[in-house]
Structure formats: structure tokens, C-alpha cells
Design a protein around this ligand. Sequence first.
Ligand code: ZN
Length: 371
Amino acid sequence: MTTTPTALARPVTAAIRAGYAWSVRREKQQAWLEIARMTGVIMRHFGPGQGPVAPAELVNLLHQPLGTWLPTDDPALAGLVILGDDGQLTDDTYGIGCDYTVDLLAGQEDPGRTWLPRWRTHRAEQVEQEAFKRLVSGSDEDYTTGRRFLVENPAGAQDAILDRQTALGLPPLVEFSPIPQDRQWQGRWWPCPTCKWPMAVSTSGHVSCRFRPHQATYTLLNGAGRSPRLQPDDGAPSAGRARLVDGAVCVAESIWRYVVVPGVVEIRLHDRINALPGITAHLYPGKDRFDIGVRKASEQEWLFTLDVKDFASPVALAAKINERPISAGHLVIPDYRRDQLLELGRLLPAVKVVTETQIYRRISRMAKEEQ
Ligand SMILES: [Zn+2]
């Protein structure tokens, strides 16, 4: 039996929720009940006599590739292991798992609402809507400024963030909280060079951004009497200096995963295009009708309209686009997802799919010809 991505969203979300509950079972009383409840959701998906029948059995399966117990046509999903040997969620869960998250208990009270991180209970659109609800009544410009502010300031000294917010005339958009324990080391934290959100610090002295394509992985070097330093692993960009936890804050994980991570690519591409001579790019025009609109500086008509989609699984992305088509002319994938081009072309024959560099080069050539 194989199932469509949409039908798989429920058991996958349940598996991730159970995995998270397992990882915090010592601190959160509700965790056991959540694992039992999610076992129920997965049992309903399989039907009588198939799949895991007890919470302990489910927890065992969460340590194995999903495809070995939950049949799927999506190779990315089939290879996903939810719980690592350390009993914590694996980094892939933050990548592939998020592509599938749905609101499992829509229309009823979700007992996990108060303690489960929202990216495990809500779809990206819900997290976005909630973050920007204060902006949608304002002007298009306010919306763009606010959204950009959040992407560029996901963590830092609280005073500095508040000052910037006030200087831009923005209302408070989302909650900023102290740097979580698992992102600290002896009173310090490090922002990921790409997304600026606090990197995770493992007990073995490894520091990394949990969004794998950022390739930010480091070994903590702690010379006697000297301040700690991060040694980049192969291919990692050099890390910034350590910051003090005292007085520092960051946005919630769901905002990071659904607004900041994709926003980094959207803003980077916008800024590159906007710097081209004779070209103007608009970020989130019409309060996010699409991500980027491109015009000739002298004209009103859109020349290109772009929507950036950052999914770990091409199958899940295609399912999403089929469910809700994009309104932009091009679907842009980050450069680090360029391997998906061929498969997306096959899965979405009617959609123009390009990488960020491909579309940048096309617009850049056009700008040169106009000169
Ligand atoms: Zn990062």
C-alpha cells in the first residue's frame, strides 16, 4: 500500500509529534499521553491489524527509516529517521518533516497546543498568518518592512532588536524569548552565519544550525583561559563571535523554520535582482501575493513574478502546488536544492521551475541588453 503525500501528512505529523514528545518525556508530564494519542492517529491510518499498536512499538519505529514501516512513494520521506541514537529529533526532521506537517486536530481543542512547538502542530501558512496579522491592515510597504525585519532579526540583544523595531515604526509582531538551554554553552550562544538564529549546542561539543542546507557545523574549541571558538567542519562558513546569553532573545522555532529560513533566500534573491541597473524588484508585493515582483525601472508591468519554495522533498512540494497553485510566473528553488530541478520538471510539467541563480542570470542578461 502506498499513499499520496496529502494522505501521508497525518501519520507523518503524528510520528513527528510523538518523536518530539519522546525527546522531552523527562521534562514534560504530558509527553506520555501525547505519544499514546499519536499512536492512535497512526493506528487509524493503518487500519486494524497493521502498523504499530502500542506506544513503545511506535517509539522503536521512530528510530528507523520511515519507509520501512510507513509505505510512501517519496524517497526523501522514506529515508527519514525521526529519532536519533541520542533520543532527540534528527536534523532531517526539521527539513523533510516540516514539508508534511498538518493541523492534526483541526476544529477541536489540541491538547498539545500549549507545549508542542508550533511547527509540529501547524502548517507554514498558519504560522505566517499569525505572525503578520498585525501587518495586513497596514500598507503594503509596512507589510514588506515588517516581514523583512523579522527575517533579518530572528535573534540578538533584546535592546537592539526593540530599537530597530521602533525605528522602523513597526508594532510588536511575534514573541521573542530567551535563548533556549540547548542553544547555550556556558552563558554564550552563536548565530548561524546564514539564518542568524541560535545554533544548537550538543553535549559532545558540536555546534550546528538545525537547518542542514545552511551547512553550518562546528567543533567547539575551548582553550584554557581563552574565550570559546568554533572550528568550522569541512565546507562550513566561518562562524561569527560568541554572543552573551544574558539579555539576548530569539523568535520561536516555528517562526524560524517557516518565516526566517525561506525568507533568507527570498531577501537574498530580491536584493541581487534589485541591484541590477534599470531593474526594480519588489519584495512581498500586495502583502505577499507572491514573493518577488520584477519590473523595468521605467515601467509598471511586472516582467517576472517569482515564488520561492524551499522544500526538502520535491514530491511534497509538487503535491502542495497541485493543491494550491502559485500565482507567480516562476517557481524558484534555492541553489542548494538544484538537484530537485529534474524531478520537479517531471512532477509539475506546467510550472516553470528555476533555481535562484538561473533566474538571476536571466534577468541580469536582460538588464544588460537593455543598456
Ligand atoms: Zn541556519
